[in-house]
Design a protein around this ligand. Structure first.
Ligand code: HEC
Length: 295
């Protein structure tokens, strides 16, 4: 308990330091929530409309994901139908809407990709190495521009996430682990680092910012955060394949010239927790597969 208080105090101080750094920087203070992020909303609606009604090719991935989920695989020849995503073994409906959450068995806050990896290990018997090489490596490679190789992990994630379609996000900060993950994610979002001295808020904390002519989402605007989070895993038109939330986080971390964001690392889960809490404050409903033009 004492240690937790110490950690909390340390985070508090670091956050204050980070906040000071941001407010002293040349950028104006980030926009307050919910002032609308119209240029992004219009841009994204056009991307969605560019796919003919109901014809998001990612829909095939939902079916492929189901088949893969129910296929006996790995050294144990088991399928994933008993995997616990937080609502009990095998309960998929609504599970994604509450992730990330704290899992007692791993003692960690995890999101969808991490939980799938845990079940591949504990239920199917894959080793950490197997998962990295066989199931993560393709996705690791495809974080590079111009490689459209899909991954089993993204296929499985698409199926599980789609079982929360029509629900709002409901990520709860209801225990000290979640609190810590949230504050770590918030810290990561606002901390300026790397050789370019950027934070996520530089590009995603204001309305009306564009990069290469593309309007950027203001992730501090809760409606916009809801729209963004409710669309991942998303079908990325340029890549012709499905991409997960981790992948999206990693794309920007890489653009910031930061070290590799490991899937299911505490940092990955913290960033997602921070953004899901933003999304939880909105009424936007989960709608998987989403669609993205490029990334
Ligand atoms: C230098 C600017 C920049 C920085 C810094 C940046 N991003 Fe991004 N971000 C982008 C661009 C560009 C896109 C892709 C826009 C597109 O083409 O749709 C994007 C897209 C995203 C998306 C998906 C948006 C959508 O439309 O679905 C998320 C989520 C995201 N970034 C999170 C982050 C996080 C978290 C950080 C900090 C770790 C971060 N970004 C830092 C520029 C940036």
């Amino acid at each position: 308990m004492k240690n937790n208080t110490k950690i909390a105090t340390a985070w508090g101080l670091t956050l204050i330091a980070a906040a000071l750094q941001v407010s002293l920087a040349a950028n104006p203070a980030p926009n307050p929530v919910n002032q609308g992020n119209d240029d992004y909303v219009e841009y994204q609606n056009n991307v969605d409309a560019s796919l003919a009604d109901g014809a998001n090719p990612g829909a095939f991935t939902v079916d492929d994901g189901k088949a893969l989920f129910l296929k006996a695989r790995g050294p144990n020849h088991k399928n994933l139908s008993t995997c616990d995503f937080g609502l009990g073994p095998g309960v998929l409906k609504g599970a994604y809407s509450e992730l990330p959450r704290y899992f007692k068995d791993t003692g960690r806050v995890q999101g969808l990709e991490g939980r799938l990896m845990t079940c591949m290990k504990t239920i199917q018997g894959y080793s950490e190495d197997d998962i990295k090489k066989k199931y993560l490596m393709p996705e690791y490679k495809t974080a590079d521009e111009g490689d459209s190789t899909g991954s089993d992990l993204a296929t499985l994630a698409t199926y599980v996430a789609a079982q929360s379609n029509g629900l709002k996000f409901d990520t709860k900060i209801d225990d000290p682990h979640m609190e810590k993950a949230y504050h770590l994610g918030e810290y990561m979002f606002f901390h300026r680092w790397g050789e370019m001295d950027l934070n996520c808020a530089t590009c995603h904390g204001y309305n009306g910012r564009t990069v290469r002519g593309v309007p950027l989402p203001n992730l501090l605007d809760t409606h916009t955060a809801g729209m963004v989070m409710a669309a991942f895993p998303a079908y990325v038109i340029k890549d012709g394949t499905m991409r997960t939330q981790w992948w999206r986080n990693e794309r920007c971390v890489m653009a910031m010239r930061l070290p590799w964001l490991k899937t299911d690392s505490d940092l990955d889960n913290a960033l997602t927790t921070f953004m899901r809490v933003q999304a939880t404050k909105s009424d936007v409903k989960i709608n998987i597969p989403g669609s993205k033009a490029r990334a």
